[in-house]
Ligand binder design. Structure first.
Ligand SMILES: [Zn+2]
Length: 518
């Protein structure tokens, strides 16, 4: 990444941003997307559009939207996502005047390396939270460089210092949050270690590391970070160095911010900034809040106008909306290779819209997304919800348990650890056996079965006789047996602000509706 890019991005103003973005968009369409994207080449041809049709930023609306459903496999095209991968013909690249000139100046080997870095996919991340089936997104070295730069900017906006020690507690997974944070650390140059969250080292392992490392910042999923700090406070751990808590992947309510600051104070760090990020795999980047006085509101997510164009559109009509209007977030990358989607509809609505006003807290003049983020389409309609940060299809889960051998009746109970609404989810599977199978053996088999189909592990499996089971299921009391019950207390914070996060948020609102009686 050039020094120029690192230092200029926060200082651009609205008129120069609009000129720069229109110019970059035209060149990006002409040099990268239209020649090498099978999907957009065809789409532009069908619409009678060429790169020259994009003279000002207002012309962006000529491009039809792309949404997740456009990438989902169909029976005729089981590998549809491949049509969105930038895939130049090597012979065509070799004939480009630019390639020939560079080969003369720097030699063929160097040019070949540059082309590989730019176009050859070398990392696959998966989308989260949108549909039951995650979609692969390819990144080339060029994309990884930009991912690292976006991560570095998150660190910069959050106010990280070079001498910081950081803990990345995002789960090890092929998702944006973990890798962006990893590359953010290497690009920024501060000392970072990644724990993989609770799954790999357990809460105890994370706490041991906090004790040893005395981190200046911890980064992770809100529920896990809350759980971690809660345990730390219970154990009397001191962490006076802690200055930043950076969150992604789930909504961050004002109530949670307050509680996290309280917990940090108990650890001996009373001045901690709790900052949210918003990002998603399809963008290959995330945006952050800057630190703000604790009696004021967050100024929103700071965008990178040189890397992507963010529009706000009416979720019903698709009409682009002026600054300050609430609407759906739509993103068009300007630098992406690998998998590329243009005018990508996120399905996320922001209630304060987009603003070009300089940030009241940090003074950066980049556009910002202001306010609360929520889903346009209610995800629960599809019977999907997030459990332990993993998206679970309850219809599928029901079939999996109904079809399990040796199981007569079952009930899945969702709780929160310590019955605390900000804590991690707990899953208890209640089972009545249909035969004399050994408890241990059956429990083991059920754990494997659940994990293989839904990627979640129950915290406990409890066995009951038929009387207890009837009582649990409310048989004879309610009309239909209750197979999945949600006993998670609801967070009582009224206001939520600046929420959102990596990997698309689906926060804790309305979980109680989930009590399904099949
Ligand atoms: Zn700011």
């Amino acid at each position: 990444m050039t020094l120029n890019k690192q230092h200029r991005w926060p200082r651009l103003d609205e008129p120069s941003i609009r000129v720069m973005q229109a110019d970059k968009l035209r060149r990006y369409l002409r040099d990268v997307v239209l020649p090498y994207s099978p999907h957009y080449r065809e789409l532009f041809r069908a619409q009678g559009l060429t790169a020259d049709d994009f003279k000002s930023l207002g012309d962006l609306r000529k491009i039809p939207f792309t949404s997740k459903t456009d990438l989902l496999p169909t029976s005729e095209k089981p590998q549809r996502f491949r049509e969105f991968v930038i895939a130049p013909d090597p012979r065509e690249l070799a004939r480009r005047p630019k390639t020939i000139t560079r080969a003369l100046l720097h030699g063929r080997a160097q040019v070949q390396k540059e082309l590989n870095d730019e176009f050859r996919p070398k990392l696959i991340l998966f989308t989260t939270g949108r549909a039951a089936e995650p979609l692969p997104f390819c990144l080339t070295q060029h994309d990884i460089d930009n991912l690292a730069e976006a991560g570095r900017r998150v660190m910069e906006v959050c106010g990280a210092q070079l001498d910081f020690r950081l803990i990345n507690a995002f789960p090890f997974a092929p998702h944006l949050a973990f890798w962006l944070t990893h590359y953010a650390g290497t690009e920024f140059g501060a000392l970072m270690t990644s724990t993989g969250g609770g799954k790999v080292m357990g809460t105890e392992g994370n706490l041991r590391l906090m004790r040893k490392m005395m981190p200046d910042a911890v980064i992770g999923v809100p529920t896990f970070i809350y759980h971690l700090l809660h345990q730390a406070a219970d154990e009397g751990l001191r962490c006076e160095n802690l200055k930043k808590i950076v969150l992604g992947g789930e909504k961050v309510s004002d109530g949670l911010r307050f509680k996290l600051r309280e917990l940090a104070a108990e650890l001996g760090a009373p001045k901690v900034d709790v900052l949210a990020t918003y990002g998603f795999t399809e963008a290959k980047m995330a945006f952050a809040e800057c630190p703000y006085p604790h009696d004021q509101q967050s100024s929103g997510y700071h965008l990178y106008p040189d890397l992507a164009i963010v529009e706000i559109v009416d979720p019903k009509t698709g009409e682009p909306l002026p600054p300050g209007s609430p609407g759906e977030i739509v993103l068009t990358p300007l630098e992406a290779r690998g998998t590329v989607v243009l005018r990508y509809r996120t399905g996320d609505c922001i209630d304060g819209g987009l603003t070009y006003e300089p940030c009241p807290h940090c003074g950066r003049s980049v556009p910002r997304l202001v306010g609360k983020i929520s889903r346009v389409s209610e995800i629960r309609e599809m019977n999907l919800d997030k459990l332990k940060g993993t998206l679970v299809d309850f219809n599928q889960l029901e079939h999996v348990l109904d079809d399990a051998p040796h199981v007569g009746a079952w009930q899945l109970e969702l709780r929160k650890f310590h019955d605390d609404p900000h804590e991690v989810d707990e899953i208890i599977l209640h089972v009545q056996k249909s035969d004399g199978t050994d408890d241990e053996e059956l429990a083991h088999g059920l754990r494997d079965r659940m994990f293989n189909h839904t990627e979640i592990h129950p915290n406990r499996i409890e066995f009951h006789d038929s009387g207890e089971m009837r009582q649990l299921q409310g048989v004879g009391v309610v009309l239909k047996e209750q197979k999945i019950v949600d006993h998670r207390p609801k967070a009582n914070s009224v206001a939520t602000n600046g929420n959102g996060g990596n990997g698309n948020t689906n926060g804790s609102n309305g979980h109680h509706k989930l009590v399904t009686s099949p």
